[in-house]
Design a protein around this ligand. Structure first.
Ligand SMILES: Cc1ncc(COP(=O)(O)O)c(C=O)c1O
Length: 380
């Protein structure tokens, strides 16, 4: 290709392009997806009504029907709800409206990587208050002191925290809400597994914004639907920056069916919670492995030469987990999503074999493998 091209914004140099490469694997436990597809009843309804679906019409920009159901279920008005193209888009929208040049985000790493990426893309300054190394608890005093400086425009708290799995104390979140007028985004992407929400505090705190998604508990990661619960003034500001037609008509319709029948997801959610505890228990029994308690549908664990373990799982067992070992604060950490019972058993059996194999292998061979490196990025 020839011709001239003016360079893009100089500050994008520090942003890596997100090219998610999902290797084809037998068991994919890398993206915190639901191991089950939609319930048969929902799939049958979709198939039955598909011929009448108006693909030729633009979607309702505000997803009114879905918005009303979500508001109703949460004891709120439709004006308190915003539906987006996955939680990811809504985080970006919040960053567009409350971040930007000259504005500041307070972040609590290690946490969901998109917060930092979206801040960079929107030219928002990021102030990090790192979590404690041993158990990933927040440094409450440091956060409150930093907020006391009065220059923070927005705080984001993953609740429970991805990828560490822990839930910060409700008392801490209330202290944050009281300490600042900054917008406080509480990301409850895994709320259906943690069973804890900050929703009751919305009436008292205008600065509280709650994010939820259909991607995890509701088996809709392939469709891209998330929603925010917030004060109507916040929703109004966000509708200024959002893409009007970002949630397509088909996604609105399917998410509406899923939400109406959400009681069907209760049993699978309970099963995932049970299986999570079994995976945690299984990992904790392995010598040299530290597994961290989780309130979500994944478990973070630490194991020496995690990069080599990641590769061994992929190449010798056809199992993909998330390698976080190069993220600051997550040295030697991998994250495994909770799959079906069979997948979890296969993962635990592989880990058991791998750990005992490593015990007997010469440490030199393992170290040589660890030096190879790979490009898996810790994004979701
Ligand atoms: C903490 C957290 N927030 C938000 C998201 C975004 O989810 P989605 O865009 O699929 O709704 C994820 C996805 O993994 C997540 O882990």
């Amino acid at each position: 290709m020839t011709g001239r091209l003016r360079p893009p914004r100089a500050d994008l140099e520090t942003v890596a392009p997100y090219e998610a490469r999902e290797p084809r694997v037998g068991v994919n436990l890398a993206a915190n997806e639901n191991p089950h597809n939609l319930p048969r009843e929902v799939l049958s309804t979709i198939v039955e009504r598909l011929p009448e679906f108006e693909f030729n019409r633009y979607p309702d920009p505000m997803a009114t029907a879905l918005r009303e159901s979500i508001a109703d279920a949460n004891g709120l008005e439709p004006g308190n709800v915003l539906v987006g193209n996955g939680g990811d888009e809504l985080i970006f929208d919040v960053m567009l409206a409350w971040g930007g040049p000259g504005r500041t985000l307070l972040n609590l790493p290690p946490t969901f990587a998109m917060y930092d990426i979206d801040a960079k893309v929107t030219a928002t300054r990021v102030v990090d208050v790192p979590r404690r190394g041993s158990d990933f608890a927040v440094d409450e005093k440091a956060v409150l002191e930093r907020l006391g400086q009065g220059d923070v425009d927005m705080v984001v708290i993953s609740h429970p925290n991805n990828p560490t799995g822990n839930l910060d104390p409700e008392t801490f979140l209330i202290d944050v809400l009281k300490a600042t007028d900054a917008l406080v985004l509480v990301d409850e992407a895994y709320f259906e597994f943690s069973r804890h929400t900050m929703r009751p505090h919305m009436a008292r705190h205008r600065n509280l914004v709650i994010l939820r998604t259909f991607s995890k508990a509701f088996s809709l990661a392939g469709m891209r639907v998330g929603y925010l619960l917030a004060h109507e003034d916040v929703i109004t500001e966000l509708t200024k920056v959002r893409q009007p037609y970002s949630v397509d008509r088909f996604s609105q319709w399917v998410a509406g069916l899923v939400f109406r029948d959400r009681v069907m997801f209760e049993a699978p959610i309970r099963e995932i919670i049970r299986n999570r505890d079994a995976v945690l228990g299984g990992l904790a029994k392995l010598p040299g492995v530290t597994a961290f308690p989780s309130e979500a549908n994944f478990v973070l664990f630490r194991v020496a030469q995690a990069g080599a373990v990641w590769r061994d799982l992929l190449h010798n067992y056809d199992i993909l987990v998330r390698d976080l070992s190069r993220a600051p604060g997550l040295e030697d950490c991998l994250r495994v999503s909770i799959g079906s019972e069979g997948e979890n058993r296969r993962f635990l059996a592989a880990m058991k074999e791998l750990v005992s194999k490593r015990d007997s292998a010469s440490s030199e061979a393992v170290e040589a493998a660890a030096d190879e490196g790979h490009d898996d990025e810790p994004l979701d």
